[in-house]
Write a protein that binds this ligand. Structure first.
Ligand SMILES: Cc1cc2nc3c(=O)[nH]c(=O)nc-3n(C[C@H](O)[C@H](O)[C@H](O)COP(=O)(O)OP(=O)(O)OC[C@H]3O[C@@H](n4cnc5c(N)ncnc54)[C@H](O)[C@@H]3O)c2cc1C
Length: 466
């Protein structure tokens, strides 16, 4: 166990002097409760000081001070994480990046954009789309920061066709735990120059360094897109269609699955009706491309596969209004489920696409074994399920016992199916025991070795990942 220095008045004064703007250094009662947790709220610890950085120099100076004085530091973006990864478990300093939010350069020759980490995903998407470019990663929470997305290797709904955040990070400027500023990668398209430290930084949940600039790869904006909403008589049939769609070599942008009970939650949450109510289970697919002809070929083929698999209908959505009502409902699922119970915890496992049905069937059984309600939705196209275990009216004691049992069962089944603990939300604090259980002990030791090579004093986001 690392013994950290407890922050005192002399540290507050020193940090204020480094930043030179008292409004950006929050202490005591000026620290909002939000800084003590993330979006799922299960892990709660207060920082001693929050520094709202606005330059790389701010980050470097605070980090150097923390390193020399053995004070723990936790980076934080918008706090929309779901595994407690931005929670300062040891107190100390929170470095919050939302003021570090400038667009630095759109490079049309190299098809890259360079931004600071506090730029929000929705701001980045709007900025590049207005100029005819496309940043494909599309995680559900658009108010997350790009720094947070990079640090969790955020996935999202377009992963089936376009991949995840790591696939779009070309270069990073990073402040290391000792305060040194380094560049990883760059604008180059290829790079075989030693270990892939830039790729290691992506998804490291603020445990190896603090991202202060990112150069991201862009694509030309697809001119056309279309969504298919496909009602099925059962979830099993809906999920069963996904691997067949992949096998057909059609390349949808997204294949999502959804169930009526979650759609009803979303209707209540949004106060508006979903455009179809004939089925208990749906696949929602999206196709995009340069021309109508290019996408028509793909979606005709996929519609045929769905009908052969027993789909009740194939509803084509090509107007902005209809697309909006379907995708808004999909985007609201997490918040809607949260609003339907007193408290919940989540599992974000990923399994091979062909095993999604086996896992879902098993989860259905767990509701009986652990006598607890579970709701699911997720990315049928990439095997990443979002599984929500609901507390409802259970006492705290019952909840702990039943939730732990349900989690253990789900993670061990995912392991048996050659799955991984997290598809996109990360490990943070909440999923650490499950990663430790699922990894080969040799690999866990290598991960710990990597952490100590970057951060020998273990001051950057301690108690996270491994
Ligand atoms: C409704 C909802 C839907 C969601 N949907 C998705 C989804 O579809 N896909 C998905 O992947 N996630 C999803 N998420 C989870 C969350 O939005 C992502 O994990 C997001 O990437 C977190 O970004 P943030 O800015 O909020 O980071 P935070 O929560 O503030 O931090 C997350 C982690 O990143 C680190 N970090 C933040 N900024 C930096 C930095 N500059 N340098 C180093 N480390 C840093 C923190 O220390 C922490 O470990 C969803 C969350 C919600 C609430």
């Amino acid at each position: 166990m690392t013994a950290y220095k407890k922050i005192d008045d002399s540290d507050f004064q020193a940090i204020r002097a480094l930043i030179g703007d008292d409004d950006r250094v929050l202490t005591g009662g000026s620290i909002h409760e939000d800084y003590s947790h993330d979006e799922l709220g299960g892990t709660q610890c207060w920082p001693d000081v929050v520094v709202r950085v606005s330059s790389t120099e701010d980050v470097s100076a605070v980090m150097k001070y923390a390193f020399n004085n053995n004070i723990p530091v936790t980076p934080r973006g918008a706090g929309t994480g779901l595994v407690g990864s931005c929670v300062p478990v040891e107190g100390g300093i929170v470095i919050e990046t939302t003021l570090l939010n400038r667009f630095i350069e759109l490079d049309e020759e190299n098809l890259t954009i360079t931004v600071e980490p506090g730029v929000l995903l929705m701001e980045l998407a709007a900025y590049v789309e207005e100029r005819g470019f496309f940043y494909p990663p599309d995680p559900g929470e658009k108010s997350a920061t790009i720094g947070g997305n990079i640090s969790t290797n955020a996935g999202g709904m377009r992963a089936v066709k376009y991949g995840v955040t790591r696939d779009y990070v070309r270069g990073l400027e990073v402040v290391l735990p000792n305060g040194a500023v380094v560049e990883l990668g760059g604008k180059v398209v290829k790079n075989s120059s030693g270990y892939a430290l830039k790729d290691l930084m992506v998804g490291s949940e603020g445990t190896l360094g603090i991202v202060t600039k990112a150069t991201l790869k862009l694509l030309p904006l697809p001119a056309r897109s279309i969504s298919l909403l496909v009602p099925f008589p059962s979830l099993e049939k809906a999920i069963g269609a996904a691997p067949l769609i992949i096998k057909s070599k059609a390349v949808p942008t997204a294949i999502e699955f959804m169930q009526r009970e979650v759609i009803i939650d979303a209707e209540e949450y949004l106060g508006r009706k979903f455009p179809d109510n004939q089925a208990d289970a749906y696949l929602l697919l999206k196709f995009d491309g340069a021309t109508d002809a290019e996408i028509e070929k793909d979606y005709d083929n996929v519609a045929e596969i769905c009908l052969q698999q027993g789909a009740l209908d194939v509803l084509i959505s090509d107007t902005e209004e209809r697309n909006d009502s379907i995708w808004k409902a999909r985007g609201a699922f997490l918040e809607a489920i949260k609003g339907s119970t007193t408290y919940m915890d989540e599992v974000d496992v990923v399994v091979p696409r062909s095993s999604v049905n086996t896992l879902l069937e098993y989860i259905h059984g767990i509701q009986q074994i652990a006598s607890i309600r579970i709701k699911t939705f997720g990315h049928a196209g990439d095997g990443n399920l979002h599984i929500y275990i609901l507390k409802d009216e259970l006492s705290d004691e019952e909840w702990k016992e039943k939730m732990s049992l349900a989690m253990e069962l789900i993670y061990s089944k995912a392991r048996e199916l050659n799955g991984q603990v997290s598809g996109e939300h990360g490990i943070g604090f909440a999923k650490k025991p499950y990663l430790a259980e699922s990894l080969d002990p040799d690999l866990l030791e290598i991960m710990r070795g990597i952490k100590s090579a970057f951060d020998p004093k273990n001051i950057l986001n301690p108690h996270k990942i491994c």
